[in-house]
Ligand binder design. Structure first.
Ligand SMILES: CC(C)(COP(=O)(O)OP(=O)(O)OC[C@H]1O[C@@H](n2cnc3c(N)ncnc32)[C@H](O)[C@@H]1OP(=O)(O)O)[C@@H](O)C(=O)NCCC(=O)NCCS
Length: 326
């Protein structure tokens, strides 16, 4: 028994924020942003657009691509850290919006590794026989939590969602080959958004001194990211008994082009096998990997039967990789 990707879809904001827009907001330059991050523009949610809004569009598209009736879904898992509200979960809002009347629903809070963790969880439910058809969504609207006066963070993030439909299949060589999930909570100090949780509840106002914005220690996060990506990929390849030469396409979390390039070199992958779209979207957190997978399918760079390695890392700290025969 394996879990096979049967359909894929995305949901993106129409709104775009370019580097020249940012030049008018903070002291920065297109040259600096491109050189340090590779990002040229990102999609940005309008005030009325929420994470569940994009997740719903992505899931509807994936259902259509898969030819699946939403009533046949057993479970919806959404990897997100930017819920519409602390509760209920984004997955419940999406369940109602797509009409998945027979599905369970849960969110997985693994930040930029949200899609990696959600897909691995879905796979576990499928191979253990508890579900046959599972929707896995990666969705975030991080720009809602960005301080647009902080030039170090405001240039990095974008919003969006991507979704896949996983189906239980027997006697197939397609599906998840191996997974690696890791965490280190001692790194919570490096990236966080403290406000609005039980430590600093909204009801107490701002006296606590907590910031409502994303905090990130850039250099520490950078170092962690390069190491985490390399380690997770090496581990997942080792578990599968494959070498990096046998990976047809590498789809990493799209946080920063320099991080992707350093990790690619560390793993020993050929640059032409790496999928990058960070220039057009920035870091969309849980949405980065499924949106990149979707584009790779559309471009013909990812085809049925190919081995694709996905890897994510983020606040937690968490990181992980999934090796999939598409
Ligand atoms: C944020 C990041 C791009 C900064 O790049 P960097 O090369 O480390 O830059 P530094 O922080 O050393 O800053 C260098 C200088 O540029 C300045 N700078 C920072 N942001 C700037 C911006 N947007 N425009 C212009 N200058 C900027 C700094 O103030 C600093 O100036 P100084 O030397 O006068 O003090 C980089 O650290 C990074 O990508 N970190 C990981 C982020 C990430 O992936 N987060 C998500 C994880 S899921």
């Amino acid at each position: 028994m394996n879990s096979v990707v049967q359909g894929i879809g995305i949901g993106l904001p129409e709104g775009r924020l370019t580097n020249s827009d940012l030049e008018r907001m903070v002291e920065t330059s297109d040259e600096w942003i491109v050189q340090r991050t590779g990002i040229k523009e990102r999609r940005i949610a309008a005030d009325h657009e929420t994470t569940s809004h994009f997740a719903t569009i992505a899931l509807n598209n994936a259902l259509e691509d898969a030819g699946v009736d939403p009533k046949d879904l057993d479970l919806i898992i959404v990897g997100t850290v930017t819920g519409d509200m602390p509760f209920p979960s984004v997955s419940c809002l999406v369940q109602e919006a797509v009409g998945a009347t027979n599905a369970g629903a849960m969110d997985v809070g693994a930040a930029c590794a949200g899609f990696i963790y959600s897909l691995a969880t879905a796979h576990g439910m499928i191979v253990s026989g508890h579900a046959k058809l599972v929707a896995v969504v990666g969705a975030d609207a991080l720009t809602k939590f960005v301080d647009f006066t902080d030039r170090q963070t405001c240039v990095l993030f974008g919003d969006g969602a991507g979704a896949v439909i996983l189906r239980a299949e027997e006697n197939t060589d397609r599906g998840l080959i191996a997974t690696s999930l890791r965490s280190d909570g001692s790194g919570a100090k490096f990236i966080h958004n403290q406000y609005g949780g039980s430590r600093f509840p909204m009801s107490r106002g701002f006296e606590d001194g907590a910031s409502p914005y994303i905090y990130m220690a850039g250099k520490e996060t950078y170092r962690f990211a390069v190491k985490a990506m390399g380690d997770a990929c090496c581990e997942v390849l080792k578990k599968a008994g494959l070498s990096s030469d046998q990976v047809d396409l590498f789809v990493p979390h799209q946080a920063n082009e320099r991080i992707i390039d350093s990790a690619t070199e560390r793993i020993g992958l050929r640059p032409e096998r790496v999928y990058k779209n960070v220039d057009r979207f920035g870091n969309m957190s849980g949405a980065s990997i499924p949106v990149a997978l979707y584009e790779a399918v559309q471009d013909g760079r990812l085809q049925e039967g190919m081995v694709v390695m996905t890897v994510g890392f983020g606040a937690g700290l968490v990181w992980g990789a999934n090796l999939i025969r598409w």
